[in-house]
Ligand binder design. Sequence first.
Ligand code: FE2
Length: 333
Amino acid sequence: MTSLDTVSVAVDGQQFHPEAFPLVYALQTDGASIEDTRNWIASERSRLIDELAVSGAILFRGFPVEGANDFDAFIRAFGLPSFTYQESLSNAVRVNRTELVFTANEAPPDFSIFLHHEMAQTPLFPSMLFFCCEHAPAKRGQTPLCRSDILLKQMQERVPEFVADCERLGVRYSNTMPGVDDPSSGLGRSWRSMLDTDDKQAAEARLTKLGYSFEWLEDDTLRATTPKLPAVRTLVDGRKVFFNQLIAAFRGWKDARNDPTKSIAFGDGSPIPVDSMQVAIDLADDLSFDLAWQTGDVALIDNFLVMHGRRPFEGQRRVLASLVADDGTRLVA
Ligand code: FE2
């Protein structure tokens, strides 16, 4: 087995809580192959996963990962259970490149994707995310990353009543889905794709089983409201996280079918205070680390601990993604 030399390096804007966020491993070995990389991951994986659970994000820089097939091999070396787009209730339009790898949200370049925990607006969410930069954009296009445990602590100082209401009441999300995929929208996935059926009765049966309420609207659109979901969760190590989709829904669930002011409510249907949401948004913005992509970068993100988003960009940007299924060991509530 070939062993690779890697070194922890600093990147602009890196944070220390006191652990580095993100952790960065830079490859020092010249001429390493993807096979060498797979062997290195296989021998280091348990340490890397442990470090991820503390820090929340690891950036792998300078590894020989060129395109979707290499990225697929990189992911497989971790031996983690995969979470497929097909079974997910995500609202983003995506295109699969390999069995495990798909394009990150296809939303237009000038569109911000605001901070969120992946699929926290649904009862089915991944535990980790892999991203791989296949082509870095000419300008901007960073992936902001925000530690959700630290955000929650700061919110407890600034808006304690809001945090208490989030914990006590939970949240519900509503959105209107088109009949066919609409790639012009960040939440343009059709109900046919999301619910994996063409049949309206089968769609209703799946939603009912998941605890959603729903209403068919004109133009073949479907408005669905989630069951009450927790807005704050507790990790097995005792840390509490602001694990929800409130910021992204409040700021960004806007298209021809959706009005963000109608996208979120507390679990009892009462309105979520706008001024408290603004405090959460400002704190999260201040806490964000911007991952400025270099072609070939791979990032591994703990979806329970860290929110992510996407800055607008110019030029071509191709970031691939893959999701890891939750094995049920990380959340206690
Ligand atoms: Fe996402």
